[in-house]
Design a protein. Sequence first.
Length: 266
Amino acid sequence: MGKFYDTIPPELVPWMLKQEMFWVATAPLSPEAHVNVSPKGVRDSFHYISPTRVWYQDLTGSGVETISHLRENGRITLMFNAFDGPPRIVRLFGTGTVHEFGTPEYEKLIPPENRRPGSRAAIVIDVHKVGSSCGYAVPYYEFRGHRQALLDYFVSREKADQKHAGAHADKGLKAYWEEKNARSIDGMPALAAAPQAPTMPTTTDVMKRAGASEHEDGQASRNGSATAVKTLSAAAVDRRRVQEWVVAFALGVTAVAVYVRVAGVA
């Protein structure tokens, strides 16, 4: 059964911080423009501030729909769901604010030691409603690891800017922002300050690994508290499926028996 809250229940916070990915949904005001849903991965992207405020580190991609939509109307929904353990879906409904790379707000939330390669903005969400539902239709998936390709690509882009006297090389990250992230697919304005920021994009070696934690100290951790990454093995999934089949079979046998008994009486 679905439940709604005005603030984020404290018991949901550790579970959300443990998830290895989440989704972000935004939409422009025009009925003819495109609604967008984006998956967000890379460990420690999502951060909890208070029962009514969260934020995430937004990495560069070939699209920039979320930022452009937030600049127009601020509407945003974050969705988390369980791929292992008990089923659960959580949605955070709120108003988003974009803090681009190079701004004081960005630097405060994402200091150099926590910045990922290609990081272009901090997206802060003021939450006004939280929805929690069962998630019974979500399948089991085993987490095998984070993909490294995106970070590796933008490491090379940032190196080009680092070698350039003006921190703005032709094949650098800022040039990529100007080419790919200036406007949405509907022509709405997106990144503005980041491409012109005088700040040099830098990243530590730890943050170049997609599976690394911001607080890496030899143990898996989430925002300062150690949390083991829980996954279901293939064997565990198989056992659970067998249990479900047994229950379904038992229910089927019971239904047949009732039918035969009723038919006999008739």
